[in-house]
Design a protein around this ligand. Sequence first.
Ligand code: NAD
Length: 439
Amino acid sequence: MARSSRISGYYNLPPAERRRIAADWAAMTPEQSVAVEQLLSAPGGLALEQADKMVENVVATYALPLGIATNFLIDGRDVLVPMVIEEPSVVAGASFAARLARAGGGFTTETTEPLMIGQMQVLDVPDVGSACEKIEAGKQRLLDLANSTDPVVVSLHGGARDVEVREIWDSPVGPMLAVHLIYDCRDAMGANMVNTACEALAPLVEELTGGRVNLRILSNLADRRLARASCVVPARELALEGKSGDLVAQRIVEAYALAAVDPYRAATHNKGVMNGVDAVVIATGNDWRAIEAGAHAYAARDGLYRSLSTWSYDPQGFEGEGALLGSVELPMAVGIVGGATRVHPLAKFGLQLMGVKTARELAGIIAAVGLAQNLAAIRALATDGIQKGHMALHARQIAIAAGATAAEVDAVSAVLVAERKIRQDRAAEVISEIRSKKY
Ligand code: NAD
């Protein structure tokens, strides 16, 4: 059934109505819809007994807002995107930018094979040249041994693909080898399966190199497991208060240009990309520290930390008229099996909502959301500045922090915004004034 993620006014609906739409969207049957609705109405979505099995010394669960971004058209498919995030404006920004990109055909994504790298650190190697030759000659034995550790992933056409050796001559403890196992993780993030394989290989690596293996762990610089997303935004969609769309597009390209060459700007620019990326990574129960580590290491891959995305202006980029062209590329080690993806009930819901069938499909969606979020942020920065849009939401948070009840929040934040005094002390005063019926 064809359905559109372009749900106008979703943000104006009460949460229960938003939930109903999401439950219908995620479900295949009416019974599933009821089950999803029940899950979404339960606070936090994670029972203490489940949490107690996930990590150690559990005393409680800690809930964050789960929002749903609308308007995403990704590889020709309409997608509603679950986003878990504490920061205001991110879900709205992603939805807004998805609408802009939608006018140009939405996002196009591409992913590499899900290849992770496991590292074995080999010290005290007596003869580096001969050790490298023996690893090369023993490659098939190493691959076979690695593949014996996870028959399930091998049966799914994943598993060990290659072994490479890197010579490191200068380190704080002298020379060493880094033996890399290249491993196809299929639909899992893969940390545990790669670590297990590396631990199993260590004795054979020691035998072949004559050295001593210390570390055996995957690398979070997953630069063989990349996700790319691109979009074409018709410039006319960017027109704003007296500024032509072409002008706004050019201002966005100027904003990007600083991030392309300057780490101070690139760090903030990429933080904007990661606002979108992390929110979906968390919503699907994936390991966001792994994604963050990989993204930032990748951004610095040529020695200078740079923007993960690129933006350019093409005067005839869309139907003969001006367009803004965007793309992003980053490592994306996410799974739809393993870790918390099938343990946290809301992570299962998130995957079901997006209808993803493979980890690669999820990786592409996440890259698209990162690109959308980046566009929303730099568009705001290159036009009104970021604070204008932020203020109303920020004022709400300040009002809550100052003790406003749910019934008071809107009135308090309206006063703060009108007075342009978004401060907790003023919020506290307004709350007392409201309570003494001054408003
Ligand atoms: P996992 O340990 O749960 O393994 C996934 C299992 O699913 C595999 O053993 C595989 O046999 C099975 N499987 C079933 N169907 C599959 C399919 N279609 N594709 C692939 N495998 C399939 O999960 P994992 O992904 O190996 O590990 C992820 C966890 O490791 C995360 O919780 C992460 O936080 C954690 N971790 C991360 C790091 C790091 O990033 N440095 C280090 C250690 C652990």
